[in-house]
Design a protein around this ligand. Structure first.
Ligand code: AMP
Ligand code: ZN
Length: 108
């Protein structure tokens, strides 16, 4: 998807404050944080939203969820955090490249 902002971030064409990267996933800080810690986990491969995932994406989706606690701990959220995946216009999705929000406040 040449006009997709998160594909551009995944390719390195647009800068982002990256906190994790492997061959399939990328995590970076949200540009308009809604909490003291707010980062996004995305698949590097373009997927519009949860509305378009298939059975073949199950391992990737599991990997995204599994990564939340590892990165949350690294970001100071060992005590807990919120996750969200806004899905479709009716679900409040603004960027149509699948992304998982992780939000929280580091413990004092
Ligand atoms: P939503 O699609 O509603 O789940 O949210 C999209 C999220 O992407 C918002 O929280 C934005 O602040 C965030 N966002 C949009 N553009 C960028 C960007 N270039 N870098 C980091 N986060 C972004
Ligand atoms: Zn994309």
């Amino acid at each position: 998807m040449s006009d997709c902002i998160f594909c551009k971030i995944a390719k390195g064409d647009i800068p982002a404050d990256k906190i994790y990267e492997d061959d399939e996933l990328l995590a970076f800080k949200d540009i308009r944080p809604a909490a003291p810690v707010h980062f996004l986990i995305i698949p590097k491969r373009h997927i519009d939203s949860l509305l378009t995932t298939t059975k073949e994406d199950e391992a990737l989706l599991g990997k995204m969820l599994g990564l939340t606690s590892v990165l949350a701990r690294q970001q100071g959220l060992a005590a807990g955090y919120k996750t969200a995946i806004n899905t479709g216009h009716a679900g409040g999705q603004e960027v149509f490249h699948l992304h998982l929000h992780v939000l929280g406040t580091p413990a004092q």
